[in-house]
Design a protein around this ligand. Structure first.
Ligand code: ADP
Length: 306
């Protein structure tokens, strides 16, 4: 049996109408981790999650949850995952307690093993156990969704980012609960377009853009990448000595006269890199920058966070 909570291989989705929402995506989520799936709006995050949930039919590729293939073993795959959807959907005439009991019934959890009140307590809704869903605030409804996703005690939970109507305090509360769940051993996947949030919570972050996975790294490494920029310089003459500067994180001689400099963009801009090199008496004949796609995504992620 695999050690992965989720394994996705070469997953693609083309919607009827021709929109390619996922393009050959592969990654694993390690058991016990908090995994962040980042990407701007329209990147394909919900499509990916809905595929795992069995709500979207993939075009090609494979996926498994807790070692169970979603095609070969859909019941077991489903039993091992809890999904907190983006949209709030409730029957307004059910109370939170009834809602959880109903969900437990759908998952075939025997009455003796149900823990509706315990779950309501965990999401701080125990005093609303018998109130109608329509009387709950937006935040309370959101918490109830998390409790609903946990009725069958799945080892993996996925939170599709609540985009609309969620205030900062509620996000904070939700994430505290998520971290608690993780401490109890639950593997967590969350989608977000807030880079800072993912940085705070996740062990590992994958980024998708236009349906393609563009990076998948431990959080620290990724955040460092966000601070780094790379320029490639072609010099007039061959380099004999590697140029050194405080703000240069890495300098590599690619070929006789081509240098690749990784620098910290908080400390320096590209123009300053060029001046430093020129002040060392080296003449630059060509300049190229790298990692434009990742840079663009980071920009849109950070500007969305406002
Ligand atoms: P995200 O969750 O990252 O915002 P989505 O997975 O919702 O992204 O969407 C990815 C792309 O697929 C978008 O271009 C979106 O318009 C398109 N899309 C999503 N759902 C459908 C659908 N049911 N039919 C056609 N296109 C869709």
């Amino acid at each position: 049996m695999t050690e992965n909570a989720i394994s996705i291989q070469n997953l693609s989705k083309i919607y009827a109408g021709g929109k390619q929402a996922l393009d050959d995506v592969s990654f694993n989520v390690e058991r016990g981790s908090i995994f962040g799936l980042l990407g701007p709006n329209g990147a394909g995050k919900s499509t990916l999650i809905n595929t795992l949930a069995g709500l979207v039919k993939k075009t090609s590729g494979t996926a498994s949850i807790w070692g169970f293939d979603i095609d070969d073993n859909p019941r077991n795959a489903k039993a091992n995952i809890g999904i907190v959807p983006q949209e709030i959907m409730f029957d307004p005439f059910f109370t939170p307690r009834e809602s959880l009991e109903l969900q437990a019934g759908l998952y075939g959890v025997p009455k003796s093993q149900r823990r509706s009140m315990e779950l309501l307590k965990a999401v701080r809704l125990d005093d609303k156990a018998d109130a109608y869903a329509r009387t709950l605030s937006g935040g309370m409804k959101r918490r109830l969704l998390v409790a609903k996703a946990m009725v069958h005690s799945p080892p993996v939970i996925i939170l599709d980012e609540p985009t609309a109507g969620v205030d900062i305090e509620l996000r904070q509360q939700l994430w505290e609960y998520v971290v608690d769940l993780n401490k109890q051993g639950v593997t967590v996947v969350l989608t977000t377009h807030y880079l800072e949030e993912a940085e705070e919570l996740c062990d590992r972050i994958a980024i998708i853009n236009h349906g393609k996975l563009i990076t998948n790294k431990p959080t620290k490494e990724l955040i460092n990448m966000a601070r780094e920029k790379i320029v490639q310089l072609t010099l007039e003459n061959d380099i004999t000595e590697t140029p050194i500067h405080d703000a240069f994180e890495k300098v590599e001689i690619i070929a006789g006269s081509t240098l690749e400099i990784t620098y910290n963009k908080d400390k320096m801009n590209a123009g300053e890199v060029l001046s430093v090199i020129q002040s060392m008496g080296l003449n630059i004949v060509d300049v190229t920058t790298k990692e434009a796609d990742l840079e663009d995504v980071f920009l849109s992620l950070t500007s969305n966070a406002a």
